[in-house]
Design a protein around this ligand. Structure first.
Ligand code: PXG
Length: 461
């Protein structure tokens, strides 16, 4: 689309007509949106011509970076051949079939079937209906409760937001829906006891699942759902002991384990799926975002054989699906995207090269006076901003609620051409997987500059 208007004109039209997601409409209308007009590689440009380093991959999704010709050509070819046909009424299109086959070939062993949706939220709605249907078919309809975690993000539909553990979402619209309960997140800063080791904390945090199962009654619990690493909650990386123990508890009680890989899937952690990196074997996997690198909306559920066999062999009709389940253009783009991830060896690069390099650079941030912890896993990372650093046995002191350190830092990032997200006092990144080590160096210069500017602002607080 030609950029025929000035920034002020775009902002005026935006304020007059466009209600943005997760936004205070009035405040944004008064301030004016930032208008992004083009992108290439890992960079964006705004309507005033500023170049911006996109350390968030759009919204955790542009894994192959912007401007990839293979994806653009795949979309164009498919639009010309068959822009749409549905997958209802005993029909299918070649891209949807080929993509289901491809995803099954990339997934951990035991996954052969894929259900397509238009987004991650729809994927998690599908999970709710599918796990309940599974237990119905096994003659245990009372097994309908799904256990999730505080501060999880699983989407914004009624079921997605209910599975999520964001209090600000639950206070609007009568959520959560019935049959969804939450346990605490495995976040040491909030929940560790003084002197507790990381491994011990991981086991204790997993034990909260067993306590909840016993409270609800194991014969009433259908599934547990979690993100391998909580993304929108602030890149909370659990201890290594956490997920294997969660797996053991689910197995012990026969409960389905669901891995929401909307962020962690397709290379983000240095494996194709986050569960492989964190050491567990789920029964179901939700995916979206990185499947098309965000070039076009697509999501879905990978269904492991335990559930698939029951749905297929005993299920009859599964009365669920979307107009865009298996959209041919989205599937064609996804196929080109996965091919590119393989050709560029992005998963291996994140695992062996850029992920370890980022980890080293983040470890070096420990000397900064604002940095409580700086942690990474593959190409996702978080810095916790603190008022006073830990010393000896003394824990770090966080900023009080009156100081918004994260917002202050985010403001400096905006002004310095870097997109880094603030979640409370956690500054988080998830850059495109095509990032090179030289570009990590370039990003670290920007991050340090923004931390220094934030420190200058806040050191008197
Ligand atoms: N699960 C996870 C783990 C997600 O991160 C969804 C499901 C929902 O996907 P859709 O495609 O319906 O948006 C997500 C989405 C943020 C932010 O502020 C994160 C997401 C979406 C919007 C904002 O970090 N993740």
């Amino acid at each position: 689309m030609p950029h025929t208007r000035t920034t002020a004109e775009w902002q005026a039209a935006d304020a007059a007509h466009f209600l943005h997601p997760f936004t205070d409409f009035k405040a944004l209308a008064a301030k004016g949106s930032r208008i992004i007009t083009k992108a290439e590689g890992i960079y964006l440009w705004d309507s005033d011509g500023h170049k911006i380093f996109d350390a968030m991959s759009g919204l955790w999704c542009v894994n192959v970076g912007y401007g990839q010709r293979a994806l653009i050509d795949a979309a164009t070819r498919q639009l010309e051949t068959l822009p749409f046909y549905n997958a209802f009424f005993q029909t299918a299109t070649p891209p949807a079939i080929a993509l289901a086959e491809k995803i099954a070939s990339l997934s951990p062993p035991g996954f052969e079937h894929v259900f397509f949706t238009g987004s991650g939220s729809e994927g998690n709605d599908t999970i709710v209906r599918m796990v309940r249907r599974y237990w119905d078919l096994l003659g245990q309809p009372e097994r309908s409760v799904i256990i999730s975690r505080q501060n999880a993000y699983h989407g914004s539909t009624m079921a997605g937001a209910s599975l999520g553990g964001m209090p600000d979402m639950h206070t609007q619209g009568g959520l959560p829906i019935p049959g969804i309960v939450h346990i605490d997140q495995p976040y040491m800063v909030e929940h560790a006891k003084p002197g507790e080791s990381r491994d011990d904390f991981g086991l204790r945090a997993a034990s909260w699942l067993e306590a909840k199962i016993l409270e609800v009654g194991a014969d009433k619990v259908a599934a547990f759902i979690g993100e391998p690493i909580q993304g929108a909650g602030g890149v909370i990386i659990p201890p290594d002991t956490y997920w294997p123990e969660i797996q053991r508890i689910c197995d012990k009680h026969g409960i389905l384990l669901v891995s929401d890989e909307v962020i962690c899937g397709f290379g983000r952690t240095g494996e194709w799926f986050g569960c492989e990196r964190l050491g567990y074997k789920p029964d179901l996997i939700t995916f979206a975002k990185g499947i098309t690198s965000g070039y076009i909306p697509l999501g879905g559920v990978l269904v492991g054989e335990r559930v698939a066999r029951v749905l297929i062999d005993q299920g009859g009709d599964f009365n669920h699906g979307y107009t865009y389940s298996g959209h041919p253009v989205a599937c064609a783009v996804a196929l080109a995207n996965l091919q590119l991830i393989e050709d560029l060896q992005l998963v291996e690069r994140v695992r062996d090269e850029t992920g370890p390099y980022l980890a080293k650079q983040y470890a070096a941030l420990a000397d900064h006076p604002l940095v409580g912890e700086a942690e990474t896993c593959g190409l996702m990372a978080a810095i916790r901003l603190v008022k006073t650093k830990a010393s000896g046995t003394q824990a770090a002191v966080p900023f009080g609620p009156e100081v918004s350190a994260g917002m202050a830092c985010r403001g400096h990032c905006f002004a310095n051409g870097l997109i880094m997200r603030a979640v409370g006092d956690r500054m988080i990144i998830a850059p495109p997987l095509v990032l090179t080590c030289e570009q990590i160096d370039e990003m670290m210069v920007l991050i340090r500059r923004c931390l220094d500017l934030t420190w200058t602002d806040l050191k008197g607080e």
